[in-house]
Write a protein that binds this ligand. Sequence first.
Ligand code: NAD
Ligand code: IPM
Ligand code: MN
Length: 346
Amino acid sequence: MTKRIVALAGDGIGPEIMTSALEILAVASKGKFAYEVVSFPFGGAAIEQVGIPLPQETLMACQQADAILLGAIGGPRWEGVKETPESGLLALRQALKLYANLRPTKMQTFLEEKSPLKADKVRGTDFVIVRELIGGLYFGQPKYYDSDEAIDTMNYTRKQIEQIVRLAFELALTRRQKLTSVDKANVLANSKLWRQIVQEVSEEYPSVEVEHIYVDAAAMKLMMAAPTFDVIVTENLFGDILSDQASVITGSLGLLASASLSIDGPALYEPIHGSAPDIAGLNIANPVSMILSVCMMLRQSFQQIALADQIETATYETIAATGGTRDLGGQLMTSEFKQELIKRLE
Ligand code: NAD
Ligand code: IPM
Ligand code: MN
């Protein structure tokens, strides 16, 4: 059966990296994996076309897809509009019940020289941040601001926490059996409940070593002792911040991919970074984050493990052989990197 992939290229560098990643998928999958890609407007691009960031047709197409690829959304042009591209992204995550956002950071030996951190501090790093994606401060009500006061609400239910924590334990079982739960239980009520539930659920997973760490200390330890982490589970905002920080380890935000898993529907795959308005349209964005998001899709949604491995290996070989794009200190334009990678695949 031909798989149906919905592509939401979005804004800024979104379309540039999406085009590269889809071309690479087309070359690599020939004769191995049958799929069709259908593109829909989303984010700022959709605001320009139809006035809102998440049009009904886009949402429906996503709901009926086998998997969704998202480039990135947002930009200065849409700051302060009534319905922002970011609000469209949050609405999409909520509508698709994308509760678990998996953000892996895996060090490659040839990337050690690209990292601003010392090689012996990052060598062997291989962890996944499991970020809760549809709760916490992003969605809690009430939420408003006027010129005198602003309110955001942080709330989590037992059910929400149990769901994400269980997924993290299951993931740890398939890896090095270590789970780090990141919270702020010395201050936040939400974190007190979070820590209690992690403790309870841990009894179902006696083989998994569990550690609890405060988010401030976690930020430090990510830079000082990255290789000691395996699975990191945390709430929405902490996971957002720590995952951008994690990109320092491998040397560029343009390398990190993610998978957002749904409670009962298709998964969505996207880079962890944004639309990079500062470099949009210059053909210098690093498409690797999008290419590795495609690899996560091939593994997670389509069980195309060999194909994903092939693309991932060729991607890393291309960076190692060419130096990659400018964010990595290399010379290649986005389209040149794509061409080099395609040569390797052919
Ligand atoms: P950003 O992640 O877009 O960019 C941060 C820095 O990293 C910039 O200097 C950018 O040039 C660089 N960068 C990011 N991706 C890169 C890549 N692939 N190759 C090379 N360099 C790369 O964050 P920002 O500037 O804070 O946000 C810009 C816009 O993106 C905002 O509107 C924000 O809301 C939005 N955003 C969207 C998403 C998403 O679509 N999931 C995620 C984060 C931010
Ligand atoms: C991300 C982004 C989004 C988030 C924004 C654009 C809403 O930063 O995907 O990491 O905070 O989740
Ligand atoms: Mn973010």
